[in-house]
Ligand binder design. Sequence first.
Ligand code: ADP
Ligand code: MG
Length: 269
Amino acid sequence: MLSVKDVSVEIGPARILDGVSLRIEAGEHVALVGPNGAGKSTLLAVLAGDLAPSRGEATLDGVDLAAWKYLALARHRAVLTQEHRLAFGFRAGEVVAMGRAPWARTPREDDDETVVADALRRTEIEQLRDRVFPTLSGGEKARVSFARILAQETPLVLLDEPTAALDLRHQDQVLAQARRLASAGHAVVTVIHDLSVAAAYADRICVLADGTVAADGTPEEVLRPELIGRVYEHPVDVLHHQGRLLVVPRRLHAVPPLDEGQGPWSAAH
Ligand code: ADP
Ligand code: MG
């Protein structure tokens, strides 16, 4: 369904993506992981058709993303960006209803009310419906934005760190919804930092490092301590727990005791 081949993105002198190839099929949930600055958000923007690659090709259903018309694209893919800039002055319920905009003046408009109600229920934000969006907490904003994505009802769903601000219950809830979308035949790409959560909810994990794909495969294939340790420049242990993989960083930053007369901001020795 969605494919990028040998994609590079250059902004000024910087090469942010370098020869990235990736395919995502309907029914798949792919976790996109990698260190800060690896190029995850940039790749997601290319996959969304919001950023044209400097080289290589990006296609959705076999058609170059650059050739897609705006409205057709909005009916085909929903994008949750990292910042929830959106919607000053709007109420949470209205923000969710914005997800229905691409379906205006189509027969699917008839579903608007049911779909919005369902999205509010599935993200447990019914009680936030009449709250003004900017007054919500970071995590509440994230859940409202995610509900808007659900309401858009697109075959392709792209989520950039949807769980960054969420407590563990809602993190689990959002990833379970992403998983459920994939099981229902949608293609879902989720940028996520927690590798254990990625292992629990994704079919595949794609690891980006320095703008290239360092690994792409099942959680079992990808979550190897040497690979993850190398990419993140931090040693990890990979444990098996209740049939799932847990990636546990080694705690290196245990603070050595201070020398006499040394404050916490003194130069390290
Ligand atoms: P990630 O989402 O993996 O943290 P990004 O895709 O946001 O990484 O960014 C990758 C790298 O490209 C970072 O070093 C970032 O600073 C740089 N970058 C992203 N967008 C731009 C831009 N518009 N101009 C210059 N550098 C950019
Ligand atoms: Mg990012």
